[in-house]
Ligand binder design. Sequence first.
Ligand code: BTN
Length: 234
Amino acid sequence: MEHVLYFEELDSTQTYLSQHANQLPHGTIVCANRQTSGRGRYGRTWISAPGGLYFSVLLKPVKTDFLPNLTQLMALSVCRALEDFNLSAVLKWPNDVQVNGQKICGILSEALFNAAHNGTVILGVGINVSQQGLEKIDQPATSLKELGVSADKTALLAGVFRYFWEEYDALLARGFEVLRPEYIRRFAALGKPISVRNGTQTVLGIAEDVSSRGTLLLRTEKRLEEIYIGDVIV
Ligand code: BTN
């Protein structure tokens, strides 16, 4: 793989890329063996002891219409890479990856919006590889090792990006529709009762579909609601 920078330790691969976004080309991947200030969605801490695969990728998309779907492309790419290790990975909308109902990967998307970086996106990914006895943060967690798989982190990283770049241009040109069949195939909550939390609000319903925009269609008591953002609780 081209443009991969490896570090033994960083505060956060996200922070590193946001600080160096000017000097680095589109597609640069930064990988750290451990992070001292790893961060997750909603301001949560991402515990980043050695043993996990922690990386971020700098994206300078030529077209910005479908930026929110980039996290879904990454989640799907992680699923496929895990499937190559014979794990049956599923998606928890919008972008967590689970195996056996436990979180194995989290994805964070941060956009840089200013004159110099309009539309620049940094996607950060944490995959639990050889940690054991992981602390529950927002949901139970597992690792490849706990699932009986010993994986080489470089091979796993290469697998993720093989799938990611394969679909990247098509996604930017045509949107989530390109990913939808494969995404839905791995969408664990389909047809099930779920709650979706966004800030202090929680909505209950049946996960009816994922739309051609990548939004969640939730059948509540009153209507079919289109959900753009939130945390699914099964
Ligand atoms: C989540 O599920 O809340 C998203 C977690 C994202 C963690 C990764 S690890 C690599 C990158 N650097 C960070 O500080 N966070 C992301």
